[in-house]
Design a protein around this ligand. Sequence first.
Ligand code: CO
Length: 442
Amino acid sequence: MADPGEDRIAQLLGRVARKANGLSQPDRREFLRAGLAFAGSTALGSAAVMRDALASADNLPPNVPPWTRSVGPGVVTNPYGAPSAFESGVVRRTVPWLTASAISSISFTPLQDLKGIITPSGLVFERYHGGVPAVNPDDHRLMIHGLVSRPLVLSMDQLMRFPSVSLIRFIECPANGGMEWRGAQMEALQFTHGMLSCCEWTGVPLSVLLEEAGVKPEGRWVLAEGADGSAMTRSIPMEKALDDTIVAYAQNGEMLRPEQGYPVRLLNPGWEGNTSVKWLRRLEVGDKPWHQREETSKYTDLMTDGSARQFTYVQEANSVITFPCPEKPLREKGRYELEGLAWSGRGRIRRVDVSLDGGINWQPARLKGLVLPKALTRFSLPFDWDGGRALLQSRAVDETGYVQPTLTQLRQARGTESIYHKNAIHTWRLDESGAVTNVQIE
Ligand code: CO
C-alpha cells in the first residue's frame, strides 16, 4: 500500500498483536470459542467441496458442457423457486455458544455473499425469544386499546383494507457486533455484522390506525406485544408511533416469512430491531412506558459508572467493508472493486470514506445505487492490490453530520461492559497472502 503508511501499519500491527496477547482469560476463551464456532457451524467448507467435486476441466472451452448438449427440467418443476444448488453455501448461520437455546437465539445474514441493498427474505437474520409461532392468519387479530376512544380488534382482511405504504428500510439487532466490546473477535463478516438486513416492507402507517382508534390526549406511549410464546413486549413513544412506524404484513413483495412475524409485525425504521415486534397481536396506548423485561434487564446499556442507559432506540450510523472480508479473501494481485455497506437510523448516508492504512489516509467512496433514509447504502472504491499488507476501514457520515466513531472513541464514551449499539469503525487486516482477518486497532 502507500509508502507513508507502512511504518504506521507496522506500528498498528504490533499493537494488534499485543492486544490479542493481552486478552483477559474470559475474552480469550470467547475468542477461541468464536473460532471453533465458526469452524463448526459453517457450511462454507462443504459447499466449496461440493463445487470442487462437480467441477471438471471437460466443461471448459472449447469443450461444450453437458448442460448445453441436453435440455433441463421444464416449468413448475419447482413451483416456488429456490437458489441454484451451487449457492447452497449462502445461508444463515448461528454461533452456538452465544445463547443457551435455539428458541431464544439469533442467526446471522451472510452479508459477504449479498449484492445491492435488498436482503433476500430467506437470508434475513432471525431473532426469537420463544421460537417461531405458527400463526393462522384467519385466527389472528390485531387489538388496539388503552387510552383510545374507539378500541379496535382487526382481522387481517380488515387491516389490509387500510391504505398501505411500501418502504425499503434496514432492520439491525442492537447487539450486532456486541461480542467485540471486550475484544472478542469473530473471524467472519457474517458474525461481526450479520444481525443486519434491509427489505422492502409493506403495511399500514401506525399513525393511520391510531387515528382510527382515536388516541386520547394523555396517550403518550404505545405498548407493542407479540403473539409468540414469549409475548415479547416493548414500549414505543408516541412521537415515533406517529412518525414513520408501520404495521407491516409484506416483505420483498410477498407476505412476511414466518420467522419475520407472519402475518403481521411492527416496523420501527432505524430503531433497534427488538422494538419491531413480530407476530403483532396487541397495541396498548398508555401515558408512560411499561418497563418490560426487554427494556430493563435486556436492551439497556451498562455504562462505566455502573448506571444503565434505557430506551436507547436509534441505531447510529455504521458501516463495514463487505469485500474483501474474511470469507472473501483476495486470490491474485490486480484491480478490485472494494465494496461495503453503510446505514444510519437517523436518515440517509451522506458519505463514506475508506482507509487502506488503518485510518491515516482516507478517500471518499462512491455511493452505489439507491441512497434511501434508514436503508442499507452500498459503497465502492476501485482498489489496486500489489500484494502488500493493508488495514481496511470504512467510516460513514449521515445526513445529520454524525460521524461513525473509532473504537477508542466509543469505548471512551461507553466503556466495555455494553452489549448493544456497537457502531465503531471496523478494521480488516489484509495480509500478503490475500487473507483477511478481524483486528481491533486503537
Ligand atoms: Co438500545
